[in-house]
Design a protein around this ligand. Structure first.
Ligand code: AMP
Ligand code: MG
Length: 411
């Protein structure tokens, strides 16, 4: 029987140092050409320069009449009607006006238009109530987007608005960063598939499924490696299988001090372990290694530790691997709705529900912060950054927090 280690051989690193080591290895993976208009969530690998002016010709901004401002208040002869999508070559002489609908190209010679509400039309003549300046109610060339303007920058994540911009510019193919393929492995002799019922201390594998969902949310492509028994040969095989298929490998469990915690020595044997302990709660044994240029995260087994460590250390790396210019969650200041007790020895990331109330972001705890209590993640849209210490933070104190999800509406 192997001896139990009394002290970890891995030095304790700070959260900031751990993050810096990870991010130094998280360079964008390269790009691929994809369809632009279905690229929701993808990250642009190049700037998008507007290839043309929008609009490309002067257009009517409202329904009304196109005319020459220089004709002053004199009645005009109405010579026709222009509609959106119609001809762009119509000419308008002095003393003339033409009906024009929103979005229709302005006729040559016209330099302004007047909304229908400010006019009367009788017997083919237009009467206007106010003088116009050249350019009035005209949507000028390049007013919305100017040719040569950078419409979107590399590193932008495409949402609905960005897809609309690409469509406006007629850009149907883009270079996007490749999404990281992320293999996820659960470990543990006690760990079983959620569909299995096994009495006697078995634990259903929530980590692999939660982590794969978190990978997808982070823009990665998850690959399941199943559950590996606590056997070095089995786990080595599974790790190698993962590294073959994926850019990133995430393991759950097996990184603590027990005799069946085999992940760290395996990673040290296969590659370089950059750190094996972080001054961080929940998730002290979180481990980061690289094997042949691929990133490996050994996350702790307890469900809360595993998912919070993912959020804090893995997610920014997955965002950076796909070229996101802003890979970190936003950091905000929150006001505590209730007292918060810090951990005496480590900075702690406590799960909170953040709401916007009376001009402030207010944080309510999700309850007991035990690492095994998965319900402490329920509904959380923030992680409260609680420095190590002995003194309770009273209600009303302000602490920094990461916003990990959208704010909820109050009503
Ligand atoms: P370990 O870090 O391997 O010692 O695991 C610590 C604890 O985390 C175990 O005793 C299990 O209760 C729990 N655990 C480990 N793996 C999983 C998993 N895949 N899903 C849910 N809980 C797990
Ligand atoms: Mg284990």
């Amino acid at each position: 029987m192997a001896d139990m280690l009394r002290e970890s051989p891995y030095p304790m690193v700070s959260i900031a140092d751990a993050t810096a080591m990870i991010m130094a290895h998280a360079q964008p993976l390269g790009s691929e050409e994809i369809d632009a208009l279905t690229a929701l969530g993808r990250v642009l690998a190049t700037d998008i320069v507007a290839p043309e002016d929008i609009p490309d010709v002067p257009k009517a901004a409202m329904d009304g009449y196109a005319l020459r401002a220089g004709d002053g208040l004199a009645p005009r002869r109405v010579v026709g009607e222009l509609t959106a999508g119609g001809a762009t070559t119509v000419a308008l002489g002095p003393g003339e006006a033409t009906r024009i609908m929103t979005g229709a190209p302005m006729p040559c010679g016209a330099d302004a238009m007047i909304p229908v509400e400010m006019t009367e039309e009788r017997d083919g003549m237009l009467f206007i109530q106010r003088e116009l300046q050249p350019g009035d109610y005209v949507h000028t060339v390049g007013q919305d987007v100017a040719r040569g303007q950078i419409a979107l920058t590399a590193g932008t994540t495409l949402g609905a608005a960005e897809i609309g911009i690409l469509a406006t510019l007629g850009i149907t193919r883009i270079l996007a960063y490749r999404r990281p393929r992320v293999a996820v492995l659960a470990t543990g002799d006690e760990v079983v598939e959620p569909s299995e019922t096994r009495p006697g201390g078995a634990v259903r594998d929530s980590n692999r499924y939660a982590l794969m969902a978190a990978v997808r949310e982070a823009g990665g492509e998850p690959i399941s490696l199943g559950i590996a028994r606590d056997d070095a040969a089995v786990q080595r095989q599974a790790i190698l299988r993962g590294l073959e298929q994926a850019d990133v490998l995430i393991t759950s469990g097996g990184v603590s001090m027990g005799t069946r915690d085999l992940i760290k020595p395996l990673l040290a044997e296969l590659g370089t372990v950059h750190f094996g302990r972080i001054a961080f709660k929940p998730g002290k044994p979180t481990t980061f290694a690289t094997v042949g240029g691929k990133l490996v995260f050994g996350l702790p087994g307890f469900p809360v530790s595993s998912l919070v460590s993912f959020e804090v250390f893995v997610r920014p790396a997955l965002r950076a691997l796909q070229g996101d210019a802003t890979p970190f969650r936003p950091r905000v200041a929150v006001t505590l709705a209730e007292p918060i007790r810090p951990s005496p020895d480590r900075p702690e990331y406590q799960r909170i529900i953040v709401t916007y109330r009376e001009g402030r972001l207010v944080a309510v705890s999700t309850g007991s912060q035990s690492s095994s209590r998965i319900l402490s993640l329920r509904g959380a849209n923030g992680l409260l950054l609680v420095p190590a210490g002995e003194t309770v933070y009273p209600a009303g104190s302000t602490l920094p927090a990461l916003l990990t999800g959208p704010l909820l509406s109050e009503g």
